[in-house]
Design a protein around this ligand. Structure first.
Ligand SMILES: NC(=O)c1ccc[n+]([C@@H]2O[C@H](COP(=O)([O-])OP(=O)(O)OC[C@H]3O[C@@H](n4cnc5c(N)ncnc54)[C@H](OP(=O)(O)O)[C@@H]3O)[C@@H](O)[C@H]2O)c1
Length: 318
């Protein structure tokens, strides 16, 4: 089968397309013929091996050389003990360990995969899992009229955060590069901040929720931009900020009822089905940057590494 391989961490030129043996599903797995996959910020990090938490996939090199976590495809075979799915079923979801998606076939546990709604294309279905589930958790509990700031809004997760926050009636401030401003406004952001021009963390008492997809500021600083009772959620970013937030977050801003914490998003079929229902109902739409074939993987990763994508990068696999 054709597959993308990455045998070490580094720049996009470590990416190649090659032939690999077709996997055999174990008794408790299904074999999925991948029709479409999508890439996220985690794939950019897993390419570079930075931040260092990306190396849980392998300290010196990725244990599984096939990148990508989000797939949509057709069940080609099922293991002996699988009763939930049969050959021909259309499924989608996120692969454990964030790897294995960019191949014509993947053997996976059916636990995290959901049935693809018939009206949803394979590309749109592949766009949802990781980014949609992050946004689903990050916007939970928002109320109409709340003010939300999303930092790193122009990539994969940001589009869903903006869409879900607007659906819940929040006012959205989206922070990213200046050249992504029109994209952010089209997604529904009420205002944008160019991070090179203005530091949103200099604001005082403004937001009910801050969703930080690219956290690099100290947790002792970011809480000042929250209103009393507001919540800062670190989703991704520097390892030292992650550690500081885990260790000290619970002590910060407590007198004002503020919460500063890391949002750990479990890979969950229930979350995936909940956010997908909002997509099929038309409440939120995946923001697709472009769709390219698997054979173009080196160029696709160049674009991802440069951050030139507006929303989701989709790979047509087979
Ligand atoms: N917490 C969890 O359980 C969990 C689960 C899965 C993934 N994650 C993490 O989620 C994070 C974000 O994912 P994503 O897929 O949305 O990332 P993404 O697609 O890479 O988007 C990040 C966006 O932030 C922009 N950006 C870069 N530097 C910035 C800065 N200083 N200020 C503001 N914006 C900046 C990027 O622009 P450029 O492209 O120009 O750089 C890009 O538009 C990743 O770190 C991933 O590891 C967390």
């Amino acid at each position: 089968m054709r597959a993308v391989i990455q045998d070490r961490y580094g720049p996009p030129d470590v990416i190649a397309v090659a032939d690999l043996p077709k996997p055999e599903p174990a008794d408790d797995e299904i074999l999925v013929q991948v029709k479409a996959a999508s890439l996220n910020g985690s794939d950019r990090e897993n390419l570079a091996g930075r931040p260092y938490y990306a190396r849980v996939a392998g300290l010196r090199r990725p244990r599984n050389p096939v990148p990508g976590s989000d797939i949509a495809g057709i069940v080609a075979a099922v293991g002996n003990s699988v009763t939930e799915y049969a050959a021909g079923d259309e499924v989608f979801g996120e692969l454990p360990g964030y790897r294995g998606a960019l191949a014509e076939f993947v053997a996976a546990s059916p636990r995290l995969l959901a049935r693809k709604p018939p009206g949803l294309s394979f590309s749109d279905a592949a766009a949802i899992p990781q980014a949609g589930c992050i946004a689903h958790r990050a916007t939970r509990g928002l109320r109409s009229g709340d003010r939300l700031l999303v930092n790193g809004a122009g990539g994969s997760g940001g589009a869903f955060v903006i869409g879900l926050a607007k659906h819940l009636g929040a006012a959205v401030t989206a922070v990213d590069r200046a050249d992504k401003r029109n994209h952010l406004l089209r997604l529904g952001a009420d205002e944008t901040i160019d991070f090179a021009e203005q530091d949103w963390a200099d604001q005082r008492g403004r937001y009910d929720r801050i969703v930080d997809l690219v956290a690099h500021r100290s947790p002792y600083r970011v809480h000042k931009a929250l209103r009393a009772g507001g919540t800062y959620l670190m989703v991704g970013g520097y390892t030292r900020v992650l550690l500081a937030t885990v260790l000290a977050g619970w002590t910060i801003g407590r007198s004002d009822g503020k919460r500063v914490r890391v949002l750990a998003v479990p890979q969950s079929r229930t979350d995936l089905e909940a956010v997908t229902a909002l997509v099929t109902d038309g409440a939120v739409a995946p923001a697709v940057d472009r769709i390219d074939p698997l054979e173009e993987a080196p160029a696709i990763f160049e674009r991802l590494a440069a951050g030139d994508n507006l929303g989701k990068v989709i790979v047509e696999v087979s």
